[in-house]
Design a protein around this ligand. Structure first.
Ligand code: SF4
Ligand code: SF4
Length: 243
C-alpha cells in the first residue's frame, strides 16, 4: 500500500476525538497529548460516522499565540509556516525567515498546544523518568554529539533518516539566533567540513553571531567551496549586510 493514511481524519470519523482550531485531534482525557496508531486489516467493516463537535467555542488562544501565523484560519494550518514541520520533518535548507522565527527552539514547536485550555491538566503531569533528554539540552552538547551518544539519549524515539544531522542543523540555527559569541568557535568548523546542509546553515549562524568575524570565514570558504548554493548563501549574506 502506498501513500499516507489521513489518521486524524479517520480518528475523527471514528469518534476518538474532536478537532481543535490548531488542527490537532483532542480527547477529553488527554487533550492533544496522545499518539494515534493504526492497524490495517483486510476485513470489511460497516460504515461508521461518530464525528464529535469541536469544543473550541470562541477560544482563539492558539491562533493568537502561534509565532509564525501558521494557523491562518481556524482548523487550517499552513505547513510552510509551521515550525514543527520545519524543525522535525523538513530535511532541507531552512528558509531564512524560518531560521529567524525558530528562535531558541531546537526541535519542534508546541506553542499552540501549550496555550490550549484543554491541555492544562495534562501539563501538570510529570513524566517519570523524563523521556529522552528532557525539555532542555545545551547547544554545545548537540554540536559535539556523535551517533553513539545520539542513539543513547534518544533511544525509544521514532527519529528516522539523518536525524542527528537535522538536530545539528537546528542547533546551528538556534546558536545564530542566540547570537552567543562563545559559540562561534564551535560553529566555525561546520562551515568548512560537514555535509553541505550544515555548511550552509553554519555560514548564516556565524554571520548572525559576529558579521565581521564571519567575513574572514567567508573568504576561506570561498577558496575551497564547490557547492553553488553554499556560495550563494555567502553572496546573499554579504548583500544583506550592505543593504
Ligand atoms: S506548532 Fe508552532 S508554528 Fe506550528 S502551528 Fe503550532 S504554534 Fe504555530
Ligand atoms: S487553544 Fe482554544 S481554539 Fe485552540 S485548540 Fe485549544 S480550545 Fe481550541
Amino acid at each position: 500500500m502506498e501513500g499516507r493514511l489521513l489518521e486524524k481524519t479517520w480518528a475523527e470519523l471514528a469518534g476518538i476525538g474532536w478537532r481543535g482550531k490548531n488542527s490537532l485531534l483532542y480527547s477529553e482525557k488527554w487533550g492533544s497529548h496522545f499518539l494515534l496508531g493504526e492497524l490495517l486489516i483486510s476485513a470489511e467493516v460497516g460504515e461508521f460516522k461518530e464525528e464529535k463537535e469541536s469544543m473550541c467555542g470562541d477560544c482563539r488562544l492558539c491562533l493568537d499565540a502561534c509565532p509564525t501565523g501558521a494557523i491562518r484560519k481556524p482548523y487550517q494550518i499552513r505547513p510552510d509556516l509551521c515550525l514543527d514541520y520545519f524543525s522535525l520533518h523538513y530535511d532541507g535548507i531552512l528558509p531564512m525567515r524560518v531560521r529567524e522565527l525558530m528562535g531558541a527552539r531546537l526541535f519542534g514547536c508546541s506553542t499552540c498546544q501549550d496555550v490550549c485550555p484543554y491541555n492544562r491538566e495534562w501539563k501538570k503531569v510529570k513524566l517519570q523518568p523524563e523521556s529522552g533528554p528532557g525539555l532542555f539540552i545545551p547547544i554545545e552538547e548537540v554540536l559535539l554529539m556523535d551517533e553513539e551518544k545520539f542513539r543513547r539519549i534518544f533511544s525509544g524515539h521514532t527519529f528516522k533518516g539523518k536525524a542527528l544531522t537535522l538536530l545539528k542543523r537546528n542547533a546551528i540555527v538556534v546558536a545564530g539566533n542566540l547570537r552567543d559569541r562563545s559559540l562561534f568557535e564551535l560553529i566555525e568548523p561546520f562551515a568548512y567540513d560537514s555535509p553541505s546542509l550544515l555548511r550552509q546553515h553554519a555560514l548564516w549562524s556565524l554571520w548572525r553571531i559576529d558579521p565581521s568575524r564571519a567575513s574572514g570565514v567567508f573568504r576561506k570558504v570561498r577558496a575551497q567551496e564547490i557547492v553553488p548554493r553554499v556560495l550563494q548563501e555567502i553572496n546573499a549574506l554579504q548583500k544583506k549586510r550592505k543593504s
